[in-house]
Ligand binder design. Structure first.
Ligand SMILES: Cc1cc2nc3c(=O)[nH]c(=O)nc-3n(C[C@H](O)[C@H](O)[C@H](O)COP(=O)(O)OP(=O)(O)OC[C@H]3O[C@@H](n4cnc5c(N)ncnc54)[C@H](O)[C@@H]3O)c2cc1C
Ligand code: SF4
Length: 478
């Protein structure tokens, strides 16, 4: 094989090669990469001790059968590993890339616990499914029977797509309604491409389209089409609309130009990677190039913003967070990545206001300390009086988290049960709401959460919808 010949002359470095040796053709280089990735995956997989108490599996929201697919990978039986991996996860290549593994499977690996460094479960999962796509092991979705029942899914993020996949496999007619021009939800427009390459998401959407799932895009339910109309057209409805109401900073000067919201900033960047015309990016409003950037917030969205700003060529990137590093809500791994890339974290600081005349030119920062714990035991940040200072900034990105929109009001369905936080009330197992035939899944039920939880919810909701559809009409209508 060509690659073996090439490997006689090219020493594959310990880490992934950064530059292609001048004498290599592209196809040989790709093959060497593949070979290298295969070696790495097998090496990692063989580190699994098959401990018999798979905490990794129990801490994976999908309860993926990790030890088995690691063993098969170590033995070179990749196709079998893929079959096991895809049995419990609709999008393993996506989770492998963007799950916060340090808080889930890898953080609970027995080898990690014993101080020897976790098996890199996520990267093996990614490798297995990337290989499956390349090798044609990912088969088209071909339902054995076509059923007459139809399900309308409002929201084409990971929760909605996982449900669409499961329902279509059972032969149900599925329509996904989404207000964006592309499906995928935050996989498409939230999470940056350096963490999750967009073709990886688009190939899944194409797979669903080829399977007969109808996508009705640019359709803002409640504006372009009523919830009642969707309910009237389908035998069951799944609400998987995510949470999009950004929490605001309330401080003097917040209306100045150059202060933007995280999702607007990230969406613009993601749209550019699709080759879209984005005026607000092109005119500099949502582009960090050559700017002193300050990001406010300490969660994963803030980490995505700081890392995007670095890649756009910001002159400096600072992240203000009101607690300390140990108390950050975001993944420690993400924070470390950001630090390594040159982001400066200014712990125990909060914005008090913004300065500038035409546009923002600085953030008035107040220093904080951690005080007495609240009822949850978490120490509350307190202002240190007299320690304020001004942090110069040309672009300020606010990343303080998201809340649900008011669906009962926006959709004119006052009867839809919601919690006091505005999330849709749904049974935690069946995902049924209080309205007959209406189910809900993902962030709109949990509040801002994770892709892997949305996938789990979507799969479970699909099972519950199948049960609901199997009931006699008189029972279902109750
Ligand atoms: C910037 C950012 C980065 C993140 N990074 C990670 C990460 O690295 N790893 C991770 O696990 N999680 C991450 N998350 C969280 C993760 O993206 C979400 O938990 C997950 O996408 C929720 O899936 P969902 O299907 O419930 O909703 P979403 O992905 O939000 O999808 C909801 C869809 O519903 C559509 N919609 C909403 N309202 C309407 C309406 N009225 N009519 C029609 N369509 C509508 C939206 O357009 C959207 O496409 C991140 C979140 C953000 C904001
Ligand atoms: S889905 Fe996420 S938590 Fe589960 S094994 Fe994969 S990377 Fe780990």
């Amino acid at each position: 094989m060509a690659v073996q010949r090439m490997l006689q002359f090219v020493t594959v470095p310990k880490e992934m090669p950064e530059k292609r040796p001048a004498n290599l053709r592209t196809e040989d280089f790709h093959e060497i990469y593949r070979e290298f990735a295969a070696q790495k995956a097998a090496e990692q997989a063989s580190r699994c001790s098959q401990c018999g108490v798979p905490y990794c599996q129990s801490h994976c929201p999908l309860h993926n059968n990790i030890p088995d697919w690691l063993r098969l990978t170590a033995e070179g039986r990749l196709q079998e590993a893929y079959e096991i991996s895809q049995a419990t996860n609709t999008f393993p290549e996506i989770c492998g890339r963007i799950c916060p593994q340090d808080r889930l499977c890898e953080g609970n690996c027995v080898i990690e616990q014993s101080g020897h460094g976790t098996v890199t479960i996520g990267s093996v999962e990614k490798y297995i499914t990337d290989t499956a796509w390349e090798q044609g092991w990912v088969k088209p979705i071909l339902p054995a029977v076509e059923r007459t029942e139809s399900v309308g899914i409002i929201g084409g993020g990971p929760g909605g797509l996982a449900a669409a996949d499961a329902l279509r496999r059972k032969g149900v007619q599925v329509t996904v309604y989404d207000r964006n021009d592309r499906a995928g939800g935050l996989l498409t427009y939230g999470i940056p491409g350096f963490k999750l390459e967009k073709p990886i998401v688009m190939q899944r959407i194409a797979q669903l389209e080829e399977a007969g799932v109808q996508f009705v895009l640019n359709c803002n339910v409640g504006v372009d089409l009523s919830f009642d109309a969707i309910r009237g057209q389908h035998d069951a409805v799944l609400i998987s609309t995510g949470v999009y109401k950004a929490r605001d900073v309330s401080a003097p000067g917040v209306g100045l130009g150059g202060i933007v919201q995280a999702l607007d900033y990230l969406t613009a960047s993601n749209r550019k990677s699709f080759g879209d015309e984005v005026e607000a990016f092109d005119n500099g409003t949502l582009n960090a190039e050559g700017k002193r950037v300050v990001v406010i917030g300490g969660g994963d969205t803030a980490m995505d913003c700081v890392r995007t700003a670095i890649r756009q060529g910001a002159t400096s990137v600072k992240c203000l967070y009101r607690r300390d590093k140990a108390n950050m809500p975001g993944s420690q791994r993400e924070t470390q990545n950001a630090e390594e890339e040159g982001v400066e974290f200014v712990w125990l600081t909060a914005p008090k206001g913004f300065t500038g005349t035409n546009g923002v030119d600085g953030v008035m920062v107040q220093r904080m300390r951690l005080g007495a714990p609240d009822t949850s035991g978490r120490q509350l940040p307190e202002v240190i009086e007299g320690a304020d200072y001004i942090e110069p900034a040309d672009l300020v990105v606010t990343a303080l988290g998201f809340e649900p929109e008011n669906l009962p009001e926006q959709w004119s369905v006052p009867d839809l049960g919601v919690t006091r936080w505005g999330t849709v009330k749904a049974d935690f197992r069946s995902h049924a709401t209080n309205l007959p035939g209406v189910f809900a899944a993902g962030d709109i039920v949990r509040g801002a959460s994770l892709v892997v939880w949305a996938i789990r919810d979507g799969r479970e909701a699909a099972d519950a919808i199948m049960e609901y559809l199997a009931q006699p009409a008189s029972v279902a209508a109750e």
